[in-house]
Design a protein around this ligand. Structure first.
Ligand code: NAP
Length: 265
């Protein structure tokens, strides 16, 4: 199976994982819907997708922190498409800062974008997929959706919330013929740390060392695309940091010793 002629709606398509995933889908002849806030960046991704072979490529702007924007995006989608094969809830923001120094508005913002935005959009497309009796809904979680990590209280909370929602959703919709894939990246080299929010809500503005050393995004999306096409329930992608998931589960004391020593960015 590949993405040929499949309608694929990707949020966070303007950069990083979302952008690179769209290029794989485009090369295989997908019908793409690109969403994020930055229309200028999306135009560039759109023209690259077209030149790589996308069967169709439309931009639908969306701000995942704004429910009315999600309403408008879904209306626009429904007026242009009558089916949906893949919804990739990938748009998201990270956070850098100790809980003690992080304004509550940052906790809310990260939850709005990473959790409520994805859930809202998912609920909008769900009736269509149920009617079709097919479709894959995916969400980009994180390894910190599996354990806590310093300076990521809001981010880790949003990704734990995502894990819970989509795990539970899967138990309801698999019998309807739908697949729910939870993508769990470790460190992938993207601009995520640059756009991360600091305690006062300002942008972190730096490529962190850990991010810089992350898996190249083109390699990461090969694994993600394969996982989506095979309807995998969990798609783990990254380097040795993924081992922390098992260490946290089976050797929690060792896990806390390790994270206490980690450079926190
Ligand atoms: N890179 C990693 O190591 C890593 C690890 C674990 C999980 N993840 C997750 O992977 C996903 C993609 O991140 P990335 O690494 O590719 O980082 P990225 O390059 O910064 O991409 C983030 C994407 O999310 C979009 N976005 C941010 N806020 C948005 C909003 N309010 N409404 C709509 N779209 C919004 C951005 O587009 P606009 O700015 O145009 O809106 C951008 O396209 C995120 O969910 C992130 O949490 C990444």
């Amino acid at each position: 199976m590949n993405f040929k002629n499949k309608v694929c709606w990707v949020t966070g398509a303007s950069s990083g994982i979302g952008e690179a995933l769209c290029y794989i889908m485009a090369k295989q002849g997908a019908r793409l819907v690109l969403s994020s806030r930055n229309a200028h960046a999306l135009e560039k991704v759109k023209s690259a997708c077209k030149s790589k072979g996308a069967k169709e490529c439309v931009i639908i702007a969306i701000d995942l922190a704004d429910p009315s924007s999600i309403d408008r995006a879904f209306k626009s989608f429904s007026s242009q498409f009558s089916s949906l094969d893949f919804l990739v809830n990938n748009g998201g923001i990270s956070q850098r800062g100790l809980a003690l120094e992080t304004d509550f508005k940052v906790d809310r913002k990260v939850m709005e974008v990473n959790f409520f935005g994805a859930v809202n959009l998912t609920k909008k497309v769900l009736p269509l997929m149920i009617k079709q009796g097919s479709g894959n809904i995916s969400i980009t979680s994180s390894v910190v959706g599996k354990f806590g990590f310093p300076q990521r209280t809001a981010y880790s909370a949003s990704k734990h919330a995502v894990q819970g929602f989509y795990e539970a959703l899967r138990t309801e919709v698999e019998k309807e013929g739908l697949k729910v894939s939870i993508i769990i990246p470790g460190r992938v080299k993207t601009n995520i740390s640059i756009h991360a929010l600091e305690g006062d809500g300002s942008e972190h503005g730096k490529m962190d060392a850990g991010q810089e050393e992350g898996m190249p995004v083109d390699k990461a999306v090969q694994i993600i695309a394969k996982g989506l096409l095979s309807g995998k329930r969990e798609i783990m992608v990254g380097g040795k940091e993924l081992k922390l998931v098992q260490i946290r589960r089976f050797f929690p004391s060792l896990f806390y010793k390790i994270v206490a020593r980690i450079k926190h960015t």
